[in-house]
Design a protein around this ligand. Structure first.
Ligand SMILES: [Zn+2]
Length: 172
């Protein structure tokens, strides 16, 4: 159990494609635990392995409401098998891009296939916030960030804002 440092954009490890997980062993269990501890510590609803510097295809998420209690999912080697034409839109943020939230549109409902911590295949249907979160985290495994979904001009504005705030941090 450990809380890891979350890498910030534009760290190059966040922009890399992650590799498929083949071994379902103790070190994978430890990695999943680190992701869960780090996500809850940072008050996030999802965290992908590249965000703690490990380019492997695993993420964790918990989009349950506060009054529902914890409902953490460990997702390994995920694939989207179906996505609805209907679009949902949420103001998204990212633990690797602090201080920035933007409205992002994505398919509202998805059917997914992934492996659990023991390597057993699971099929699931997600909608609304769960669907958004799943797609956001899957993007991380492909080296993509939510700001990549913005229109080019908007993306430039956000990137400039990021640069300014990281410069300020360095000065302080
Ligand atoms: Zn993120």
């Amino acid at each position: 159990m450990a809380i890891k440092k979350i890498l910030l954009y534009p760290n190059p490890l966040l922009l890399r494609e992650s590799t498929k997980i083949e071994k379902f062993d103790e070190s994978l269990v430890n990695l999943a635990r680190d992701l869960i501890d780090t996500m809850y510590d940072a008050d996030g609803v999802g965290l992908a392995a590249p965000q703690i510097g490990i380019n492997k295809r695993i993420f964790v998420m918990d989009c349950s409401r506060e009054d529902e209690g914890k409902d953490c999912r460990i997702v390994i080697n995920p694939q989207i098998e179906y996505q609805s034409e209907e679009i949902g839109s949420y103001k998204e943020g990212c633990l690797s891009i602090p201080g920035i939230t933007e409205e992002i549109s994505r398919p509202k409902v998805i059917k997914v296939l992934y492996q659990d911590i023991n390597g057993v295949l699971e099929r699931n249907t997600y909608d609304d916030l769960w669907s958004t979160c799943f797609q956001h985290e899957l993007d991380h495994l492909n080296g993509k960030l939510f700001i990549d979904h913005l229109r080019p001009m908007k993306k430039i504005l956000v990137k400039n804002k990021m640069k300014k705030s990281s410069k300020k941090e360095k000065k302080e």
